[in-house]
Design a protein around this ligand. Sequence first.
Ligand SMILES: Cc1ncc(COP(=O)(O)O)c(C=O)c1O
Length: 457
Amino acid sequence: MSDIAARLAELERLGLNRRLRLVSGPQGPTVLLDGKPVLLLCSNNYLGLADHPRVREAAAEAAMRWGAGAGASRLISGTMTVHRRLEERLASFERSQACLLFGAGYLANLGVISALAGPEDAVFSDELNHASIVDGCRLSRAEVIVYRHLDVEHLEWSMRRDRARRDGRGRRLIVTDSVFSMDGDIAPLAAIVEIARAHGARVAVDEAHATGTVGPGGRGAIAEAGLEGEIDVTIGTLGKALGSYGAYVCAEEDMVRYLINAARPLIFSTAPSPPAVAAALAALELLDERPHRVQRLRANARALRRALSAEGFAVADDDMPIVPLVLGDERAAMEMCQAAIEGGVFAQAIRPPTVPAGTSRLRLAAMASHTSADMVKAASVLAAAARELALDPAAIGPPPSRLPTDQQTAADHEREEAALYEPQALSSSVPFDHEQGTPPEHAPFDHERDGEFARAA
Ligand SMILES: Cc1ncc(COP(=O)(O)O)c(C=O)c1O
């Protein structure tokens, strides 16, 4: 058996095997999944703009006007008028001095983090940050200090400890999702900014799941918290609520000029395609003209949550569009996903390494294009799926909560940190993305060629 076949067999044995499902048609409220019509309840097309006629037309027109591809990296021949137009529009949407497009949110996180931290520096990262942040931390080769999810006291404690240890040397960066992709909860941004100021750190906030879903006019969690102008770097994606593909970073002029010079995924990857850029422009215009789309999304989220609760699921009565139904076990999550598909609802099971072991789940996502009747149907199908598998809906809901911080001592923090740093035994299971804290076995970067940038530029 080859090592690849053995690895695949191991993933199968662990209930962690993944395969691609085929969706026919656009990301609408219903799709054909492997040929079967189902209600789509796991797309990040939150505002229903990916399949909006104006957005599609904008993409089609852009393809005719500017062509299908951007031809090269932004620094070679890839910055086109349509890129500049979207950057201006996004800067104004984010109330920011400047904006820079990237190929994808994944690439933006890689670029920002590795530009703002290096081997002499420290990155403080929420333990449930998205994999692209984790990978950005790895690329940076900085010391990565993982703090407990949403725990500002732990963050503060870690910063104080780090400061004493490195005697104030090196740059420090705090990086966090604003709306967490798998739990749908929101980072305590005001407290994070305060801690950053007290400790001379920069803050980068990833608004991938916040743009278009929270804040005034869908302008995100930073705007919702009244922190516009207070965050060093805001990362957003065009691929979720804005219905397209690509990403952006908003910051002050100097920061953007620096990123143009230092963010490797911007320098070494082809610029976003004109149709994708024009589609995002049209989506932004629609969001501007009809901000009530955000209300419709939130109303559907509330309707979904209430319907789930009426079916006995342990779901909070709020209007956040990401609804995690945590089952814990990987196989149980897969089985429930399959049973729901057979009932006509597609809610993908999410397993490690996307979420920590023991918290496998269905991650539901409401869209503005759903109806409240869709939400009631979804809840009833999900409840029937749980019953079919002899699962109690009351035991299915949000991720397990933790000891409140105010009941923790410094010794608890020490233990926590030791655990977060513990290199994982990789022998069998796939590690959860951030479990390793500082990447322990990080290989030296073998393509370190400073000249590369000069050549690209
Ligand atoms: C929080 C977060 N950041 C970044 C990304 C990556 O964005 P993109 O899909 O544009 O690469 C994702 C995507 O899933 C995400 O959830």
